[in-house]
Design a binder for this molecule. Structure first.
Ligand SMILES: NC(=O)c1ccc[n+]([C@@H]2O[C@H](COP(=O)([O-])OP(=O)(O)OC[C@H]3O[C@@H](n4cnc5c(N)ncnc54)[C@H](OP(=O)(O)O)[C@@H]3O)[C@@H](O)[C@H]2O)c1
Length: 245
């Protein structure tokens, strides 16, 4: 039986890095279901970039994870195409540059739904498909550990994801499935494409290693967490020493 991984938001940035790492380490019979929300072009670029001999192992699926109904439709489709799940990586997430005083309830709700509420229900729906000894990994954020984020709603959702990670351990205990999260600091992904050099310089001054992390550094750590049989309920920071000096 091949190993099956499901990863949301796997066509870009950190999710793509994790998908590529899992694929690189995979056996021929393994499969990876990679979801994305909107960007067909990026999804095509990701698919085209895969090594020819591994392309058939990756199944791309479009599902807007800000919507409960779309998530449920994705779950139904997945049930038809996969008979079990070994690794479940809930990675898709969004933020906003809006200031607290400018928040509207709708925008707050869209971000909470995408980063927290929909993942909660997706994991609940997929739990019965997970095998004994499987692994669930959330992409949290260091912005959910320290209240540094310029986005209040983002930090709040990521802090909730960290608490969810610990809380779900009990729910997965009967099948010996581990539940962990990674909490990256500033990682060089398309997420930061609008950032000015001044903004990079300001942030780099606060990081002891004076640079953003790479997707590969995060993906290697995510893979280590996913494949470690004894880590459970852990939230693992990776931020280059942000605000430590
Ligand atoms: N980059 C950082 O510095 C950093 C630091 C800490 C944590 N993180 C976390 O890491 C995760 C990935 O971030 P990233 O920097 O890799 O971002 P990214 O490069 O923008 O990638 C985001 C991925 O999520 C998907 N996505 C976005 N909205 C979605 C939706 N509504 N439904 C389904 N998929 C959706 C995107 O697909 P589409 O574009 O097709 O929708 C894309 O595949 C997020 O949870 C983020 O909070 C990032």
């Amino acid at each position: 039986m091949g190993k099956i991984t499901v990863i949301t938001g796997g066509t870009s940035g950190i999710g793509r890095g994790i998908a590529e790492k899992i694929l690189a380490e995979s056996a021929k019979e393994d499969r990876i279901f990679v979801t994305y929300g909107h960007d067909e072009k990026k999804a095509a670029v990701f698919r085209d970039s895969l090594p020819e001999e591994k392309k058939s192992q990756v199944i791309l699926m479009k599902a807007d994870m800000s919507s409960y109904n779309e998530m449920m439709a994705f779950v139904e489709e997945l049930k038809k195409r996969a008979d079990h799940i070994d690794w479940l990586v809930s990675n898709a997430g969004i933020s906003t540059y809006a200031k607290y005083e400018d928040y509207g309830f709708e925008e707050w709700t869209r971000i909470v739904n995408t980063n927290l509420s929909v993942p909660v229900f997706m994991v609940k729906e997929l739990r019965p498909m997970m095998v004994e000894g499987g692994s669930v990994l959330f992409t949290g954020s260091y912005a959910g550990q320290q209240a540094y984020s310029s986005s209040l709603v983002y930090g709040v959702t990521k802090a909730a994801i960290h608490f969810l990670t610990k809380s779900l351990v009990k729910e997965f205990e009967p099948k010996g499935i581990t539940v962990n999260a990674i909490a990256p600091g500033f990682i060089e992904t398309p997420w930061h494409s609008a950032r000015t050099q001044e903004s990079y310089d300001r942030i780099n001054r606060k990081i002891a290693l004076h640079r953003f992390g790479t997707v590969e550094e995060v993906a290697d750590m995510a893979y280590a967490v996913l494949s470690n049989g004894y880590m459970n309920g852990s939230v693992v920071d990776i931020h280059g020493g942000y605000d430590y000096f």
